[in-house]
Ligand binder design. Sequence first.
Ligand code: SF4
Length: 382
Amino acid sequence: MSAQIMESRTSLWPAAHDEDADRPRSRQRQLGASDTVCERRAAYILAGTERTDESDKKTAILGTYAHEGLLGAARRRYGWLVETSVGDDQIRGHIDAVHLDAATAVRLPKRLRPTEPADVVTVEDVKTKSTYVWDRTVRYGATEAELRQVYLYAHLLRTVGWEDRWGQRPLARLGPVDVQRIRFRFVNRDNGEEHVQEFAYDPEEAARARWWVERVTELPGPEDATRSFDGPGLDAICDHCPFRTTCWGLGVSPGAPVQTILIHNDADRAQALADYVAGHEMETKGKALKRKVRKMLDASPAGVYGPNELSWTGGNERTDEVVDRQAMLDRFSVLGVEPPERTEPDWEAMERLLIAAGLAVPMRTERRTTARAIKVSPAKNR
Ligand code: SF4
């Protein structure tokens, strides 16, 4: 086999996975702000628990590449201050971008000053998302865990400032920085669409985020931490969690869903059944509401109404070639052949007979309308 063919058949992924494993983030044991997505996962990290599970990291690696590419371009072209680190004895993290105001920027060496200072110091987090969750992201914005993460960064900047480490010493010398605004920039990694969500820094939210971290650090051990998600097979966060086997085990018997470990006795069964009934009621009410609204909107034109956009799919005229049965009866009559009959002519048998005789089956064009479906999505540029 030629070297050229060998090269083309070698997958790029082993190289990408090896590089990913070498990243400092993949090996760190200290709690990072981005590890605060699940209470139990954070507790495992703090306890130094061995990671038991591997998962396919291709999507995450592609997300990292897109993230690095976008932030690198923003640094080179816009002079953004990107990928800087903050931390204290409890938590650390990398902030995607910090936009300094003029009063803070002037305290930095000229080469580090932004070309265009912000009106207030802003901490920005860039998140790449798939189309699959895009509507939800645009409609509801950052998740609770994403908010916690960015508030931890902002709080560290406000209380400690930047970490004193090589590459960012002039930033560290600024001391605490008065962050006033949080910004999320969501980028759809399938089509590049951008959505920005920003709001004023809320000290109460920051205190809540710090309290979350403190609570985890005070737990006697990971087993005392709450599982923040429903487990593998139900939640993608668990599907990719490196502690999923430690956390959920293997179910109560081979092949059983891991969630079976949540049932210990009849009281648990009674509660699970009550939850099932409640879920069923919510589902029934939700379906009835959607059915009613669908009929109410049937005559409404597509457009933006409040925070939502109404659009319609289908409802288009389409033409199909179908057997022209009357013409087929006429053809049998001209041929002087009795059509095969059941209670009505046996159309399929007539078709077969004509085909067997080498004669064309008469066709006609039938107009139909495709099913019309409603689509409700978050309005753009709200
Ligand atoms: S498997 Fe899910 S619930 Fe358990 S630690 Fe990981 S993310 Fe949390």
